[in-house]
Write a protein that binds this ligand. Sequence first.
Ligand code: PMT
Length: 323
Amino acid sequence: MDAVKNLDAVDATTSFQVKSFFDSAPLLKDAESISRKLTQFIHQNASLTGSKGPRRVVCVTSGGTTVPLEQRCVRYIDNFSSGHRGATSTEYFLKSGYSVIFLYRRGTCQPYCRSLPDDPLLECFNLTSDSSIQVLESHAEAVKSAISGHHDVVSGGYLLKLPFTTIFEYLQILRLIATPMKILGPNAMFYLAAAVSDFYVPWESMAVHKIQSASGPLDMRLAQVPKMLLVLRKEWAPTAFCVSFKLETDKEILLEKADTALKKYKMHAVVANELSTRKEVVILVTESGKVSVYRENDLSVVESPLIKLLVEKHSTYIMDPNA
Ligand code: PMT
């Protein structure tokens, strides 16, 4: 009963904070072109049916959002995330027959590029004496599999990639994605692996030009970014299957926080992970309990069993979304 009361209270306050956040955010560049791409991608995928029924579409968010300190931004606060979780999960969703909208931080890890070195252009390729480009033998397999994996899903129309940098861009694009996703009903999923800023400088109170260090130490008050999870669940995507993440560095509070997120934001599942062990183990928290998910060995990735489990949970949800 208390949980329900809290939910209503959070709802009214959150809607107000969310409205203020969007009203004061700088206008999203390319909003029209992003919307056009999204509508086309979602309608095209909504018309596809496979052996397991209508094609499912998942929005995977990946990488950390930045918080600019100046409107003509020189300095910003960043959130840690390499984008490995989001990029790897995208590959496994695609393998499981999903189409993916990959909302990612510019410059972070990309699907199918896990086996490539950090600077693929300089490290994988060579110029021959007649100035043609050659792939080094040592990287040939990784380059081939990255090109073919990526090409198949993009040319097939199963992967749409949308970049963001700031918290303003991330939340505005997430909202743009949710609207056309509604037509997919329970076949839509949100998998929110991005590391999202909790604090920000509202645009109207932000310095326009580079803050001058000659003025001495910097005192700055950051406003709280409204938690968008509840709004996503209740208003933007009420029929989608929603998975959020909970990241902590103190494992003593991790599961309690994940449980709270599940109830407070009405998530269908919360993936709890600790920073130092996030590549080896995650804990999937749902109404029916907690399951630890481990990677099988040093050569495998934890996203493989995690996505398998989530696909099963999503299938159960599609059969009876109101259960
Ligand atoms: O990218 P990697 O290096 O592979 O690392 C993966 C990861 C550790 C970043 C990933 O597994 C992960 O845990 N991502 C979520 C990080 C995060 O933002 O955790 P949080 O506890 O601060 O937030 C919890 C949830 O609330 C998130 O799903 C987030 O989308 C959401 N949120 C957060 C802040 C906010 N203002 N609004 C939100 O909706």
